[in-house]
Each structure stands twice: as C-alpha cells, then as structure tokens.
Design a protein around this ligand. Sequence first.
Ligand SMILES: Nc1ncnc2c1ncn2[C@@H]1O[C@H](COP(=O)(O)OP(=O)(O)OP(=O)(O)O)[C@@H](O)[C@H]1O
Length: 262
Amino acid sequence: MSADLSLPQGPTRGREVVLDVRGLVKHYDDTPVLHGIDVTVGEHEVVALIGSSGSGKSTLLRCAALLEPVTDGQVLLDGQDITDPGVDADAVRSRFGVVFQAYNLFPHMTVRQNITLAPRVVHGVPADQADARAEELLARVGLLDKADAYPDRLSGGQQQRAAIARAVAVEPRVLLLDEVTSALDPELVGEVLALVRELAEGGATILMATHEMGFARRVADHVCFLDGGRLVEEGPPAQVLGEPTVARTQQFLRRVVDAGRL
Ligand SMILES: Nc1ncnc2c1ncn2[C@@H]1O[C@H](COP(=O)(O)OP(=O)(O)OP(=O)(O)O)[C@@H](O)[C@H]1O
C-alpha cells in the first residue's frame, strides 16, 4: 500500500485551530449526555476521544458534524460558528468526512459509485474527474481490484477501508472517525488502523473516538478522556495514558490494562 495519502495542507505556522468545540451541551429529551465539553483540533492534528461505553464520544462527534442538534454551546469550523441557526447545515456537513463503527457503504452501489457519489452530487466534480480520484484513492487503500464490486463482496476490513476512502474523497477539512475498528474481527483491525495512521502521517486533521488505546498512544497528538459526558482529563498521550492524574482516568486505564488493551 502506498504511503502517500496526503490531504491538501495549509499553513504550518503555529497551531491553527480547525475545529473548536466550546461548552458543548447535549440533551436527549431531558437527559443530559454531554455537560459542557471543550475540545480543539489543530490543523494536521489527531485528537483521540477515549472513555467507557456511553461516555459520550459518539455524541460529541455527531454534534460536531451537525448530525445531531446541539443543546447549548458552540462548534467553530475554521472560526465560523457552525451551530449558528443561520448557517447552511448541508454545506457545513459536506466539509466533514465521517466514518462510523459499522461500515455504512450504500449496499446497492459499487465501491466506485460509493466513492464518487458525494464529490459528484454534493461538490459538483465532473464524473470523469471523480472517477479518476476514486481510482487513485482505491489504489492507495489497496482496493483498486474491488472498484466495481458491491460492498457485500468485501471483507469487513475492506469495507471499512472503502468507507475511509469515501470520506477522504470529498477532501474534508476534518475527518471524524467513530470507532472505525470496533465492528471488525480482530485480524482485520490492523489493516484499518494502518490506513488511519497513513492518513495522519499524510497531514489529515482527525478527531477520532477509539477503544484502541495502543493506537491512540502511537498516533494521537492529544488524548481526551470522557466520563459520563464530561471531559475529565486531557493532554499528550504519554501523559493521559501513561501517567494519568485523575482517579477516574486511572481506574479506566487499569480496566483497559486488565483487559489486555494497552
Ligand atoms: N439517539 C439517542 N437517544 C437517546 N439517548 C442516546 C442517543 N444516542 C446516545 N444516547 C445516550 O447518550 C449517552 C452517550 O452515548 P454515546 O453513544 O455518545 O457514547 P459512546 O462513548 O460513544 O459509547 P460507545 O463507546 O459504546 O460507542 C449514552 O447514555 C447513550 O445511551
């Protein structure tokens, strides 16, 4: 697999914040799920959200990409408040590349059609250009020979690699990855993590929820530990995962270590 998965790169002076989540509050009906979360993702950074099941990682990602209405707080993308009611939500959503746990390729479309759909329909890219870009991406994720196959002919790992290629095809400002390996058989996890790592090394800006602590430690620039919808501890991976200072983080990591996941 080629290592060149680079996305367009912006200025490298200082830390340019791309995604800025401020005081994010989310209620489902009257139940609070996020209690005021602050997270920033800088250009070319990888920020990992970790925490127990139900701690709010997916909800945070979904709110950030306007896939869920925000109850309170703000989300800024390149300085623009995208939670402002006046924004064109569809246009904003098209600036994110989102990949969920269960590879959600459209089953009635070939892999190639899955990848070219949004560039053509949402971004107005001419069909031949979208097709050429899809082939380039499929070659890079090692799936060129599957371009005209339907998703049910692909392994879970291949489907997830195709889903990531589809997310990258729109040249997103931020990639949001939600537990992209958790639905996979263990032997397929590595191939998908390798692809995410290549994207990170190629300069992608990524906010990802993950249960893969070893991966977060190796690839993330910054780790945020969520517990019960609160951001309890954050910092460089070596600190949060290696020398956590908050009792709740320590307890969580002990369980992760006992389960053999760190
Ligand atoms: N659509 C929904 N309606 C009501 N409650 C929801 C909904 N989606 C999530 N929740 C609740 O919000 C809380 C946070 O869920 P969320 O899926 O964000 O957690 P998570 O950290 O991503 O969990 P996991 O690691 O299992 O994916 C949970 O208590 C969950 O039950």
